[in-house]
Design a protein around this ligand. Sequence first.
Ligand code: UDP
Length: 328
Amino acid sequence: MAILVTGGAGYIGSHTVAELLARNEEVVIVDNLQQGHREALLGGKLYEGDIRDGAFMDTVFQENEIEAVIHFAAHSLVGESMQNPAKYYHNNVYGTLCLLEKMTAYNVKKIVFSSTAATYGEPEHVPILETDRTLPTNAYGETKLAMEKMMRWFDTAHQIKFVSLRYFNAAGAHESGRIGEDHAPESHLIPIILQVALGQRPHISVFGDDYATPDGTCVRDYIHVTDLSDAHILAVEKLRKGGDSSIYNLGNGTGFSVKEVIEIARKVTGHPIPAVMEARRAGDPATLVASSERTKAELGWKPRHAHLEQIMETAWNWHQTHPNGYSL
Ligand code: UDP
């Protein structure tokens, strides 16, 4: 039986496909290749198409015996979601509805879901627990929360069990050096900083230095992409053992400000990386740091690259060897 990975050619999806293949799992990938890259797939069977296309998804479910779904296919940019919420509701919320309807029709009862710390909004306390209030400050987080809630009702009605993984800030690249982060346009902090180090941009813009944090810049909890992938596989194992639906945070429990991230990048790359202070970006909470204690206790998850220097080094290796991402 196969695991269907939606959005499997994207950044976190492709790293998870690589880990599944390393464990000899049969992998089927659905990706519309809007953000994903064919070259990011180290194996598996790719179906190019959209989860909202019913006839296309029928083919995928009819041609393969799908045991479980790992659902990455979604838009994920805070800033863009504030400019164009419709795009987020359509692809993320309606897309997930289409997927859950197909899972119901084809009797697939397990789903691992790519959720986010953006579901919490401004935290009540730090580190954030899974039981804390969810009050998103941006449309992206709101759509992910809606997707989680939808899964809960499909569990109640159709016994589709889910594990929702709330990632903090994914970063870094695969140890093999073969796959890494490549968004167009790039909007994430670490790849942009490394593009400055490569001379592809003149400086890094820091979005706001008047937040209620120690140095005024936003604090985030960075987690290595392969550690995220490991958690998805542990989540599939939990569901295979008959585990109940659940929600887990994925972070390292340490916060780094934007200024601190730039400082670490200067150390790792040896480049001065000029920084320019700019206005706040809409929708950004000041601080997002995870407690992943429940994830460790219940899934047996152990991060392998917990230090930001290590994460940065793998990202730097990818960017140096692939200065234009997957394109030549
Ligand atoms: N950020 C920044 N300059 C950039 C990109 C991001 O100052 O060019 C900040 C952003 O405002 C946020 C943090 O870096 O506080 C992480 O942003 P990113 O987009 O990487 O991830 P997010 O937290 O939105 O998932």
